[in-house]
Design a protein around this ligand. Structure first.
Ligand SMILES: Nc1nc2c(ncn2[C@@H]2O[C@H](COP(=O)(O)OP(=O)(O)O)[C@@H](O)[C@H]2O)c(=O)[nH]1
Ligand SMILES: [Mg+2]
Ligand SMILES: [Zn+2]
Length: 253
């Protein structure tokens, strides 16, 4: 897989070539796109197109499951107002957030320092500026951005294999098709993936509280009402919980 560390030796029958003896143990691996040993996932959002924050929530959970550090990159800062930036920072205060503009290059020194010497993958909705960010980070790759026709762009994506870009101390995989995600987790575990719930989880009246019902019995609901837990994140938690539970019920009915 792209990202594997391997044991190699020179091929005595074919000079200049090597034989892989062994694939070394993986820290993690993901199937789509197939990548191994990812250290950091760069989750790109932008003020336009309107962010799919449920996707961001799911990607963060995916990172937690797979031992990957997420970094939220807000691109198109030239189009972002204070309110937008504040809202994202409030919702994801527990993650690293970096604000950049691929159009004018601002914020890239900080982004580089966050990702240098780590194996990274870039993901996010279509048109948030993933290719533009890679073009800014890695000289001479000249990926197509969406100035060109959508159809051509998509055609390219499907035929292209996973690519790994190396430049100075950057190692970045382009990840076509990582713009939607089905989580395969038990709905009963979902709350454990919300760091902002952690300090309240022991305070619900009932041991197996799902934290999705209104009422005074749930400490999470109380903290949403008091404003300590972000309301939008909480609402998406409820949606995701119901979605996972439905899937579970279908599977075991
Ligand atoms: N205003 C503005 N537009 C940007 C910025 N970065 C990318 N874009 C534009 O957003 C569109 C989508 O960018 P692209 O890199 O193709 O997005 P991708 O689909 O995520 O790879 C293109 O028209 C880019 O020119 C930015 O920082 N500011
Ligand atoms: Mg692209
Ligand atoms: Zn509760």
């Amino acid at each position: 897989m792209v990202g594997d560390y391997v044991d190699i030796e020179p091929n005595e029958y074919d000079s200049g070539k090597y034989i892989i003896n062994k694939v070394l143990p993986r820290k993690n691996s993901i199937p789509r796109p197939p990548l191994a040993n990812i250290d950091k996932l760069i989750i790109v959002i932008a003020p336009k197109p309107e962010p799919d924050l449920l996707l961001v929530d799911k990607l963060i959970i995916y990172c937690m499951i797979n031992n990957i550090e997420p970094i939220i990159v807000i691109n198109k800062s030239d189009l972002a107002d204070e309110k937008f930036l504040e809202s994202i920072k409030n919702q994801y205060y527990f993650e690293k957030i970096c604000v950049v503009c691929a159009k004018n290059g601002s914020g890239f020194d900080e982004l580089k320092s966050l990702i240098s010497s780590s194996f990274c993958a870039v993901c996010g909705q279509s048109a948030v500026g993933k290719s533009s960010i890679l073009n800014t980070l890695i000289p001479n790759i000249e990926l197509q951005t969406q100035g060109l026709s959508r159809k051509i762009d998509r055609g390219k994506h499907t035929t292209r294999v996973n690519e790994l870009y190396l430049y100075e101390d950057l190692m970045i995989a382009d990840t076509p098709g990582f713009s939607s995600l089905e989580l395969d987790i038990d709905f009963k575990e979902l709350a454990s993936f919300y760091p902002e719930f952690d300090e309240f989880l022991g305070d619900c009246k009932y041991l197996n509280c799902s934290h999705v019902k209104e009422g005074k019995d749930c400490a999470v609901v109380s903290e949403v009402e008091s404003g300590k837990i972000n309301k939008d994140r909480y609402q998406r938690y409820c949606d995701l919980y119901k979605n996972l539970k439905e899937k579970w019920d279908k599977k075991y009915d």
